[in-house]
Design a protein around this ligand. Structure first.
Ligand code: UT7
Length: 309
């Protein structure tokens, strides 16, 4: 098995509040808070990029883990906002961090971090990599239309990272579920040659609740745990109403939920690791990660926190 031993985060200093948005969009602070739970988002400045944020989060995670960087054999960067089409943004992060390892970008939108965690787990637990660095990083402010109130209010920028190492049996990633329904690709996309994201918000909402409820349940079944045993639920921070609906259906008490959507909005691949890093689980805690995103993709993982070593 494999476990997370260190985490890091990086957030741009620029803040965009609901009040700021009221000045340019036909919206209100009240509407945004009531319908989404978001109060403000962090926005990249002129020197912040997906690579710079990912590098900062990755460096902090490595330092936090105490792992010898020469043992990191794999770097996965989950992002939908790479700095350019070719090569992968992960290669710049690898170079910035001075790592000697395989590195690639992972495209599973908001599910990307959990997809990456499950990929890394597969390699680390079978000895294919001694340690792995999984990063979720986004500059989503580049791909929302400033005039579109249905998307601009939702998305923010940021990054978070985790270092994965082998763990004792019963610790680390106990069970997972990855899924996708490509027939729903058109409900959330940036079409070819288009700059901005388009979204059928209601349809995403409906499918997200259904997919996450099933995915979280399947991951818990595979891990052999019940909803009542979960100490910390870390959902994708997309909308408080989506999160509430999932918790109710899965049977998780709201007091167990990590929630930072009010401060950062939806940061896509960075959202789950950001919320996880800020929640600071204790050794032995049973943690459930669950996300959904464009594709539609979804992913869940059950983690017994700590390496047990
Ligand atoms: O990582 C995945 C990313 N995407 C998501 O997670 C999106 C999931 N969907 C959602 O979060 C919600 O569907 C939204 C927050 C996007 C929208 O909330 P909703 O409760 O589904 O609202 P709605 O689309 O049904 O719109 C209700 C009304 C409409 O007006 P009418 O037709 O009732 O007159 C909208 O035009 O609210 C209007 N509206 C707004 N009003 C003020 C839509 N956006 C706004 C806005 N401010 N920003």
């Amino acid at each position: 098995m494999s476990a997370i031993v260190g985490m890091g985060t990086a957030l741009p200093t620029g803040r965009l509040t609901n009040k700021d948005l009221e000045a340019t969009l036909d919206t209100t602070d009240e509407w945004i808070v009531e319908r989404t739970g978001i109060r403000e988002r962090r926005i990249a400045g002129p020197h912040d990029t997906t690579v710079s944020l990912a590098t900062a989060a990755g460096a902090e995670a490595i330092a936090d883990s105490g792992v010898d960087p020469t043992t990191i054999d794999l770097l996965i960067l989950a992002t939908l906002t790479p700095v350019q089409q070719l090569p992968a943004s992960a290669v710049y992060v690898q170079d910035n961090l001075g790592l000697q390892c395989g590195a690639f970008d992972l495209g599973a939108a908001c599910s990307g971090f959990v997809y990456g965690l499950v990929m890394a787990n597969g390699l680390v637990e079978t000895g294919g990599a001694r340690a792995a660095l999984v990063i979720g990083a986004e500059v989503l402010s580049d791909c929302v239309d400033p005039a579109d109130r249905s998307t601009r209010i939702l998305f923010g920028d940021g990054a978070a990272a985790a270092v994965i190492v082998p763990s004792a049996p019963g610790h680390g990633i106990l069970g997972s579920d990855l899924g996708c329904d490509g027939s729903a690709a058109a409900i959330l996309e940036i079409a070819r040659d288009e700059k901005y994201v388009t979204m059928d918000g209601k349809e995403v909402f409906r499918r997200a609740v259904r997919a996450c409820t099933q995915s979280a349940t399947d991951a818990m079944d595979r891990a052999g745990v019940r909803a009542g045993e979960i100490d910390l639920f870390v959902p994708h921070q997309a909308n408080t109403r989506i999160i509430d609906a999932i918790m109710e259906r899965v049977g998780i008490d709201a007091s167990k939920c990590a929630m930072n959507i009010a401060d950062y909005g939806n940061t896509s691949a960075a959202s789950i690791p950001l919320a996880l890093a800020e929640a600071k689980p204790n050794d032995g805690d049973l943690v459930l990660l669950c996300g959904f995103g464009a594709g539609m993709t979804w992913a869940s993982a059950v983690v017994r926190w700590g390496t047990g070593q």
